[in-house]
Design a protein around this ligand. Structure first.
Ligand code: A2P
Length: 217
């Protein structure tokens, strides 16, 4: 019945404290602002606009979506495969409501999404779902490679795309297609992976407190 369906959330994940959300958003905005002005970015502008000469304001191009979080398991109120098993997992139940420290190790931008890569600890990986389809499309990336925070999406793009974009970049990295090193920025080193895919590896990972919980919407 409808009550049973409501008993599982839309998703489980780590929710950033509101005070650090602002900090992360500012860092992301600064990065977009700087990226926008780089000659290397302008050279590849048609990845974003489809046209060579057009300008793009990256801060306007991406729209923020809700409260910042790192999804562990998308349950879709129980309709997603493995949702019930995940919700009943003893580790999930044990850590529900607990505080964690997430490490954001990189920022990435594609014509579809902007996000932050989250590097999970061994303990945090215990909360990562076991679903084999989770890292679909990628060959042999380590578990948790998809862990990320969606910072913004282009018009008509759903946030689920952010994780797929990150997996794509990591697959390219793993295939030893090193990408094209662009330059050292204040925040870290910037690499271009073609087709509008940019990765900024942070010199100092951003550590942020986050609560493991769920979202019903
Ligand atoms: P993400 O974790 O990349 O931000 P929506 O608002 O579209 O229903 O999504 C709610 C949250 O669940 C978002 O955070 C979103 O993406 C995530 N999400 C949506 N669909 C999926 C999916 N199929 N697999 C994994 N995560 C998903």
């Amino acid at each position: 019945g409808p009550l049973e369906e409501m008993s599982l959330p839309l998703f489980f994940g780590w929710f950033l404290l509101s005070s650090v959300q602002d900090k992360v958003r500012c860092t992301s905005m600064d990065f977009l602002k700087t990226l926008d002005t780089l000659e290397a970015f302008k050279k590849h502008l048609n990845d974003f606009t489809g046209k060579a000469e057009k300008e793009v304001d990256l801060e306007q191009y991406f729209q923020a979506k809700g409260t910042l979080h790192c999804t562990t398991k998308f349950c879709d109120y129980g309709k997603a495969p493995g949702a019930k098993e995940y919700a009943q997992n003893t580790t999930v139940k044990e850590f529900y409501g607990s505080a964690f420290e997430l490490s954001l190790s990189a920022l990435f931008v594609t014509p579809r999404t902007v996000g932050a890569r989250v590097s999970l600890t061994e303990e945090q990986l215990l909360l990562w779902p076991a679903d084999p389809e989770e890292e679909a499309g990628s060959t042999s990336l380590p578990r948790g490679s998809r862990a990320h925070i969606t910072l913004g999406c282009a018009e008509h793009v759903e946030p689920v795309q952010t994780g797929l974009d990150l997996l794509e970049i990591e697959t390219l990295q793993q295939e030893r297609q090193q990408g094209e090193p662009i330059e050292e920025m204040e925040l870290g080193s910037l690499t271009y992976y073609g087709e509008g895919r940019w990765l900024l590896t942070l010199r100092e990972p951003i550590c942020t407190p986050a609560c493991f919980s769920s979202f019903y919407g």
